[in-house]
Ligand binder design. Structure first.
Ligand SMILES: CC(C)(COP(=O)(O)OP(=O)(O)OC[C@H]1O[C@@H](n2cnc3c(N)ncnc32)[C@H](O)[C@@H]1OP(=O)(O)O)[C@@H](O)C(=O)NCCC(=O)NCCS
Length: 191
């Protein structure tokens, strides 16, 4: 199922076809990617684990009716998958229980960095979420992940400091985007 499309991208579900599973393994086994995701916990070490990871994602979002998930970012021109974009409730202080705070995130293969794909994909899922009436969406970033913080700034997100409210109390650089100031929204007229 397609979650959203942009000029250059199709945001779609990851599938169990061999090309997708190989790409999942290639992305989620890499230190350049995984060092920034939960401190490297959950790094895939065997290609066979890609199918298990896909099942985990599907189970996690089965009750979300397509609103929340982790989608493949497919580049229209080449058909290649650049990585994932996600939108989901942030897990709280126990590390599991979903909070009412919504997170946007991005995981790209290094061969797809430097093209603006993360920003373009995130903009699309943010627009879709804000259209449902959600007022705020967060991005949480491991300290030192400058490339990810640059994506937050390109999206027009506001830095709110280091917080420990989510992911079991892990300290994260936190950014927020509110619907009123989201990219593409029309500012209220001023008198
Ligand atoms: C974080 C991450 C997604 C950032 O990727 P990125 O490619 O730097 O970010 P974008 O996709 O927004 O691309 C922006 C870059 O593309 C360039 N670009 C090239 N063509 C572009 C275009 N047509 N439109 C927009 N930007 C373009 C921009 O100038 C910018 O380059 P710069 O970094 O030299 O300034 C990537 O580094 C990553 O996946 N890291 C590992 C996982 C990770 O850390 N995830 C985040 C966890 S919080």
């Amino acid at each position: 199922m397609t979650a959203a499309t942009t000029d250059r991208l199709v945001l779609r579900e990851w599938t169990g076809v061999p090309a997708d599973l190989a790409r999942i393994y290639d992305i989620y086994s890499r230190d350049e990617v995984m060092r920034w995701l939960g401190g490297g916990a959950g790094r895939l070490t065997e290609p066979e684990q890609a199918a298990e990871r896909l099942t985990t994602w599907r189970e996690r979002h089965a009750g979300h009716a397509g609103r929340y998930g982790l989608w493949a970012i497919e580049v229209r021109e080449t058909g290649a998958v650049a990585g994932s974009v996600l939108l989901k409730p942030l897990p709280g202080a126990d590390g599991h229980t979903p909070t009412e705070d919504i997170e946007v995130g991005w995981h790209l293969h290094p061969d797809s960095w430097g093209h603006g794909y993360a920003t373009e994909a995130a903009r699309a899922v943010l627009a879709r979420e804000f259209a449902t009436g959600t007022r705020q969406v967060y991005a949480v970033v491991t300290p030192g992940n400058d490339r990810s913080m640059a994506v937050c700034r390109r999206l027009g997100m506001t830095y709110v400091g280091r917080r420990t409210d989510w992911y079991g109390g892990t300290e994260v650089e936190t950014f927020v985007l509110t619907a009123a100031t989201s990219a593409g929204s029309t500012p209220a007229p001023t008198r």
